[in-house]
Design a protein. Structure first.
Length: 222
């Protein structure tokens, strides 16, 4: 550890195995002490409105790996960086009790230069060669830019209200009742076909369902 580093505060290293405090004893020997679970600036991205974002990945007290997105300004010393600390703590990250050490971790995050890039979008759909849905994106393995749907967008409302589904429930509650209805089968096919219209060079369209027995009508859009 250099004299300059000692004046600036504790020297910390962010590794996949955790965060280590690096110091030097009077004999000149380097000492490395683990002070927290792993945390790192995984990627730098941009929202559709031009705001630069930071993706911070961390290991929780329960040993789960999670990540959170923050505006880049949240890393600035002038900003209330406790926003990041409190958010990660609420998600299960254990910060060192020593405020100087936790501040050193924030400084190390700010100075990180990850190679990964991402784009934050508002809605599901095609973005270049990637098709994005809430929580997942499908595209070439060598795609340089990862796609995420903004967690604050309305795209997640359905999943939040209804909860996560399963293939077994879909087969029982959707597929099985639809076997005797050509209209329901066509509606399912329309939903599954919608993502393929763009790669096939086809225009989007809608299916207008109506009946003489009821004044109501339903439009299925692709």
């Amino acid at each position: 550890m250099s004299k300059k580093q000692s004046l600036l505060g504790p020297n910390v290293e962010l590794t996949n195995r955790g965060v280590f405090h690096v110091s030097m004893n009077p004999a000149g020997e380097v000492k490395r002490e683990k002070i927290a679970k792993s945390v790192r600036l995984r990627a730098i991205g941009e929202r559709e409105d031009g705001v630069t974002l930071a993706q911070i990945e961390f290991r929780t007290r329960h040993r789960d790996k999670r990540f959170e997105f923050f505006p880049w300004s949240a890393l600035l010393p002038e900003k209330n960086i406790n926003t990041i600390k409190f958010t990660l703590a609420d998600r299960g990250y254990e910060w060192p009790r020593d405020a100087e050490l936790s501040s050193a971790i924030m400084e190390a995050l700010d100075q990180s230069l990850p190679k990964r890039k991402f784009q934050m979008v508002r809605a599901p759909g095609w973005y270049g060669s990637v098709f994005a849905i809430p929580g997942q994106a499908f595209g070439p393995a060598d795609n340089e830019v990862e796609i995420y749907i903004d967690p604050e967008s309305d795209a997640h409302v359905g999943a939040f209200v209804l909860g996560k589904g399963s293939l077994k429930d879909w087969q029982k509650l959707v597929a099985k009742p639809s076997r005797k209805s050509s209209r329901l089968r066509l509606s399912i096919a329309a939903a599954l076909a919608a993502p393929f219209l763009r790669p096939l060079g086809m225009e989007s369209f809608g299916i207008n369902w109506f009946s003489e027995r009821s004044p109501s009508q339903v439009v299925t859009s692709l």
